[in-house]
Ligand binder design. Structure first.
Ligand code: ADP
Ligand code: MG
Length: 689
């Protein structure tokens, strides 16, 4: 290659830390400025050893009185530091000759680390150290969230650089800062400068728990960005066009063919959906309903409206098992009414797949059911008008965007119906899904006997096995759920394979199947079909059956090591039984290991499971136990973008942001846009999915 004069020089390759910065999303100066410390270290003073307390991160200074390499056991360097008030043992497990030299007896050293007490007296493991003397820091030292390959010191310099370069003029109209009692004194610039370099006099606790006015300002800003972007998305969506799908006769024909009457909740949400579909604007609706509340038939009814109007409908499920079940059920309902259904999954044979793609492209297939395979580029719809996503929290934002990008004729967008069995408490849904319409199935189909839930110590396993036997004698089927498929040293969990062998031996004459996520798809399907058809009495499985599986004859579920599961997950699992008319039970087997009793949180979770079967109540308690960050994080991969604010603890700030967002969009559109760009940058598009 020759260098042409005047051609732009090729971009310099990124260094390791630069790459790491990019990976953390810290590209723009403002991204760096908004990368706030996790905590602070106090290097502004030296603490006397007689004054330190255990667990404190302290900076100490003293003379080395002893330095040796201990060779027995773990090789380590042991150094004793004496500051005149007491001594402290410094331990190093990795060290070099230079470390030893720097810590030679007689040297004066300044060391910083966490103080541990105990048998050997005060101790620090791997403290940072350097020769004594030198200036003390004037500000608290921020410690930033970081990643591998990105040293704190590098990140600190990058953040300070970003802070200096970033444009930080205020975007919140000043009048509105008084509304929430924020001192207008704290402009964004001041708040950021302070949080990155707080003066030592500030009460560390108010920084740590984010109650400090500077933090309040940042949290308010963040919530405002979230509310603004959601409102923008909602307004943009209202400008998009979608096919108008008017109710035809197919809907009524399906209703007439169903073996049951809709519940009034199902009727109500069906009306809400039909109303949306008849509008020329894309529907963006979340259908939430507890496990077993009958979301599938609501989806099928929506599909009939779409197909009757001459358009195609796609239904996407997160797992192949679930997609198979939907397929079987919908085909049994719709095929007799003359609907052709296509089927798409990743494990499909090329020939079959090609046939399906042809059916979809020609429009011959009115309904397309499948896994992620439905959104692949190769899948071309003739005229997709409605996309239904089951268990939407299992899908990423990118996948939802991909579905929406399957534009129909005339650049119209398909309507979107998302379904979830993990309801979100109403208050949270309102703020979190500000740009979604929510329909709720708050009623279970009639004729279900409630599930009785029992806590049983693992020591009484034999009794549980006897109980399983009794279910078989009644012609019923049983699930046994295990948390892990392999022996893990850290967690002494019985693995599913071993449990399967054990239960097979204990229950002679019964077909006992095994299902786990690492099995080939064909094998999974075969096992599932034996169980669905009632030939298999007991299904031992990992959590792959968590969502959607529907076998009404299963009346007992045993969950092993229930203490290791989250509350919502337990609820989802339990929802697999109690689907028929038979009295059903769920046994939560727990093990306490060496401990005399269960830990606090585990007990709270299991207790909630015994006390209530209501998904909303469970969600409320789960939120209480775990806090919204984790609660929502597990559900909404891409959109869980709140880093600082807490939707529950900062409810007052959230209310403020909700009020201000429409005012800003209407009266200060330029400021609103600047605010969203500043906070969300490239992520704003993502939030609209
Ligand atoms: P989920 O909301 O968990 O997806 P499903 O749609 O799988 O629930 O429905 C659970 C079971 O209840 C299915 O067997 C379904 O056929 C049945 N079902 C749904 N609606 C009714 C109803 N109105 N009356 C009786 N059974 C119903
Ligand atoms: Mg379902």
């Amino acid at each position: 290659m020759t260098d042409r004069p005047g051609a732009p020089s090729p971009p310099k390759p990124l260094t390791g830390p630069q790459k790491a910065l990019r990976k953390l999303g810290l590209e723009r100066a403002i991204d760096l400025a908004l990368h706030l410390p996790l905590r602070y270290e106090d290097e502004t003073r030296i603490v006397r050893l007689s004054d330190v307390f255990e667990g404190e991160v302290a900076q100490i200074e003293g003379v080395v009185t002893h330095c040796e390499i201990k060779l027995s056991g773990h090789r380590q360097l042991l150094v004793t530091l004496d500051d005149g008030s007491d001594t402290c043992l410094l331990r190093f497990f990795t060290f070099y000759p230079s470390t030893q030299k720097a810590l030679a007896v007689g040297n004066r050293i300044r060391a910083r680390g966490e103080i541990k007490g105990g048998f050997a007296g005060l101790t620090m493991m791997h403290p940072a150290f350097h020769p004594a003397g030198g200036e003390l820091a004037v500000a608290l030292t921020p410690v930033y969230p970081t990643a591998a390959g990105l040293p704190q010191a590098y990140l600190r310099r990058a953040v300070q650089g970003g802070l200096a370069r970033a444009e930080l003029s205020d975007t919140v109209p000043p009048d509105h800062l008084y509304e929430i009692g924020l001192q207008p004194l704290w402009s964004l610039r001041e708040a950021l400068l302070f949080l990155h370099n707080p003066t030592p006099s500030v009460a560390l606790a108010t920084l740590q728990d984010h109650s400090h006015p500077a933090w309040q300002r940042l949290k308010a800003e963040e919530l405002l960005a979230q509310q603004l972007s959601q409102l923008q998305a909602k307004r943009e969506r209202a400008r998009l066009r979608a096919p108008v799908l008017v109710l035809g006769t197919l809907h009524a024909r399906l209703l007439a063919a169903l073996p049951f009457q809709l519940t009034s909740a199902q009727r109500r949400v069906s009306v809400e959906i039909a109303h949306d579909l008849a509008r020329p604007v894309p529907m963006h609706r979340l259908l939430q309903g507890d496990v077993g509340s009958g979301k599938t038939v609501v989806a099928a009814l929506a599909a009939t409206i779409c197909m009757d109007a001459g358009w195609q409908c796609a239904l996407m499920a997160p797992t192949e098992i679930l997609a198979t079940q939907h397929f079987a059920k919908l085909v049994s309902w719709l095929e007799p009414l003359g609907i052709k259904t296509a089927w798409l999954t990743g494990s499909q044979k090329t020939k079959e797949r090609r046939e399906m793609l042809a059916l979809i492209a020609s429009g011959e297939a009115g309904l397309v059911i499948g896994t992620h395979a439905v959104i692949q580029d190769k899948v071309v719809f003739k005229n997709l008008a409605l996309a239904i996503i089951d268990e939407q929290h299992r899908f990423g934002v990118a996948q939802r965007l991909a579905l929406r990008s399957k534009l129909t004729e005339g650049m119209q967008e398909p309507h979107l119906l998302m379904m979830t069995a993990t309801p979100i408490p109403r208050t949270l849904a309102m703020s979190y899904y500000a740009d979604l319409d929510v329909s709720t199935l708050d009623e279970l189909p009639p004729g279900r006997t409630p599930i009785i839930t029992k806590l049983v110590n693992d020591a009484r396993r034999d009794e549980v096995i006897a109980r399983i036997r009794a279910q078989f004698d009644l012609g019923r089927q049983v699930y046994w759920v295990c948390p892990l498929i392999e022996e893990s040293e850290a967690l002494d969990l019985r693995n599913a394979t071993e449990t399967h062998a054990q239960l097979s031996a204990a229950l002679p004459g019964v077909m006992v199947g095994l299902l786990h996520s690492r099995m080939p798809v064909a094998e999974k399907k075969a096992v599932m079909s034996l169980f669905t058809r009632g030939q298999m009495g007991l299904l031992v499985s990992t959590t792959v059956i968590e969502v959607g599986v529907d076998v009404p004859n299963a009346s007992l579920m045993v969950i092993e090591h229930a203490e290791r599961f989250g509350l919502s997950q337990l609820h989802q699992l339990r929802g697999r039984v109690g689907r028929g008319a038979a009295a059903s039970a769920c046994v939560l087997l727990y093990a306490t290991g060496d401990a005399p009793r269960l830990g606090e949180t585990a007990r709270a979770r299991l207790k909630a499971m015994v006390e209530t079967a209501d998904g909303f109540e469970i969600a409320r308690r789960d939120l209480e136990i775990r806090g919204p960050g984790e609660f929502l994080g597990a559900r909404q991969s891409g959109a869980a973008l709140l880093r600082f604010a807490d939707l529950v603890l900062d409810a007052a700030l959230l209310a403020w942001a909700r009020r201000l967002a429409p005012v800003m969009l209407d009266q200060h559109p330029a400021l609103a846009e600047k605010h969203v760009q500043r906070w969300l940058g490239g992520k704003a598009e993502f939030l609209k999915a």
